[in-house]
Design a protein around this ligand. Structure first.
Ligand SMILES: Nc1ncnc2c1ncn2[C@@H]1O[C@H](COP(=O)(O)OP(=O)(O)OP(=O)(O)O)[C@@H](O)[C@H]1O
Ligand SMILES: [Mg+2]
Length: 461
């Protein structure tokens, strides 16, 4: 901090040292008498006085030393005081040093000209000691105040800049959080919808499954009775015989049990699917449970089944499973399902694009087949789940941005650019795990997530 004490010294304090500097006045004057007069008077007031006799010597001093005020004579050899004043005011390094002209008492034009060129004041010759000191003190004080004002202005500007940066960062964070909340809300609404549908389907499915059981019994009974009739009355008469032949009774009796059996299978399959949907959309998103990770993977694959089917430009996506032996993992299953969904959907999106410019080969061995490999393994009480696709892959610059909020290479409306960020937060923040990506442009991508089988208390968020 700089401040002026009662004598004309600037004290500079910092944590290490304390130095006293005298304020410096440069006198540019060619008369030795005036030089000596000013030197004695000003040094007596504890100012540091430097003398220049003309433009060159004066400018040299200003360029090499800190000068707080210049006393400038008008009448100088070669370059006069007005020209020196103009040059000093034109130079950014010296333009703020206050200049006081020294002029003859009677010369009004010189005073006006000096002030119009940027001088702050004038003193008249012959010098009046008190007047000289008073004017110099006023202008040095003004200069100190100006410097302080500048310093405060700079500080203020810097603070405004910092606050603006903080505010825009906060705004950015707010936007990101809003988007994430919207995505989470969407997924949770989707979950509720899916759970609702599963529930609604389950009721009528229950009637069908239960009644199929009785229907099977009744059909068996009826078939037994028909067979008994056939045995007791081998010749039932022309009309019945014709009807039996017409309806191919033998085939009906043989096919009916199979038909009921396949209806049972179908009902069981629907029941299984509804169970999976309910698991996927579990409302216990915020409760930890010990679960089989493979169940979550299977359910997610089942929900994405329609996206794996063949399209005009590509054959069916092959899913290769290399599941290891995993223990139950303590986790938030609903959230992990969301991660699997995001990673698998990204892999499918990448496979839609093909590999480089090549097309996927439909039934041709020389072309690659779109594939997603899911492998799981256990190492050091950590479960590793790896999703590898042979899709379009990513460039290095894309790769370095994938976990950033709202980063997407997909067309507007298709991708929000939040999938991987949210997956990262779920895996790393919620489960204390890791999520890493390795990708080669034109070859494919591998996303690896690692989740501890049981999270230690200390690392719980
Ligand atoms: N398996 C992958 N292969 C190639 N690129 C990928 C893969 N996974 C992610 N990416 C790239 O990373 C970007 C970010 O993925 P992220 O899942 O965060 O957002 P998104 O899929 O674009 O949108 P959404 O929010 O709907 O998931 C994608 O736009 C894509 O460029
Ligand atoms: Mg995505």
């Amino acid at each position: 901090m700089n401040y002026k004490n009662s004598s004309n010294k600037i004290l500079i304090d910092n944590n290490f040292t304390s130095l006293n500097f005298l304020e410096t006045i440069l006198v540019i004057e060619d008369s030795t008498f005036n030089q000596n007069f000013l030197k004695i008077v000003l040094e007596n007031e504890e100012y540091r006085v430097l003398i220049g006799i003309d433009y060159e010597s004066g400018i040299k001093i200003v360029q090499n030393q800190q000068v707080d005020l210049i006393l400038l004579d008008v009448m100088l050899p070669k370059i006069d005081g007005f020209e020196i004043c103009r040059l000093l005011k034109a130079d950014s390094q010296t333009k703020d040093i206050p200049i006081i002209f020294m002029t003859a008492l009677s010369n009004k034009e010189e005073k006006v000209k000096g002030l119009s060129l940027g001088a702050v004041d004038y003193i008249t010759k012959p010098f009046q000691q008190e007047e000289v000191i008073a004017r110099i003190q006023v202008h040095l004080k003004l200069r100190r105040l100006n410097l302080e004002l500048d310093r405060q202005k700079q500080q203020l500007e810097q603070r405004v800049q910092e606050r603006t940066a903080e505010l825009s960062q906060a705004l950015e964070e707010l936007k990101k959080t809003q988007l994430q909340l919207v995505q989470r809300e969407k997924i949770s609404l989707l979950g509720q919808l899916v759970a609702g549908v599963a529930h609604e389907v389950n009721n009528p499915l229950g009637f069908i499954s239960n009644n199929l059981h009785y229907a099977n019994q009744y059909v068996q009974d009826l078939m037994n009775i028909v067979k008994l009739y056939q045995k007791q009355f081998p010749n039932p008469g022309h009309e019945i015989e014709e009807k039996i032949e017409e309806s191919d009774l033998e085939h009906t009796l043989e096919d009916l049990p199979k038909l009921i059996c396949s209806m049972k299978l179908g009902a069981n399959r629907i029941h299984g699917m509804m169970q999976s949907l309910r698991n996927f959309s579990r409302s216990d998103r915020n409760q930890k449970k010990s679960v089989d990770i493979h169940d979550g993977l299977e359910t997610t694959l089942m929900i994405l089944q329609h996206r794996l089917q063949p399209r005009r430009k590509r054959p069916i996506i092959q899913v290769i499973k290399e599941y290891g032996n995993l223990p139950q993992v303590e986790c938030y299953p609903g959230q992990l399902n969301q991660v699997f969904m995001n990673l698998l959907a990204n892999a499918i999106d990448a496979l839609e694009e093909g590999v480089g410019n090549r097309e996927w080969g439909i039934g041709k061995s020389e072309f690659p087949t779109p594939q997603i490999k899911i492998s799981t393994s256990l190492n050091n009480q950590q479960v590793t789940i790896r999703f590898t696709d042979n899709g379009q892959g990513m460039s290095e610059s894309v790769q370095s941005n994938i976990f950033n909020s709202c980063f997407t290479t997909k067309p507007e409306g298709k991708g929000t650019g939040l999938g991987l960020l949210i997956s990262y937060q779920i895996v790393v923040d919620q489960h204390g795990g890791e999520l890493n990506c390795v990708s080669t442009l034109g070859k494919g991508t591998e996303l690896t997530l690692k989740i501890p089988v049981r999270r230690s208390k200390a690392s719980t968020v």
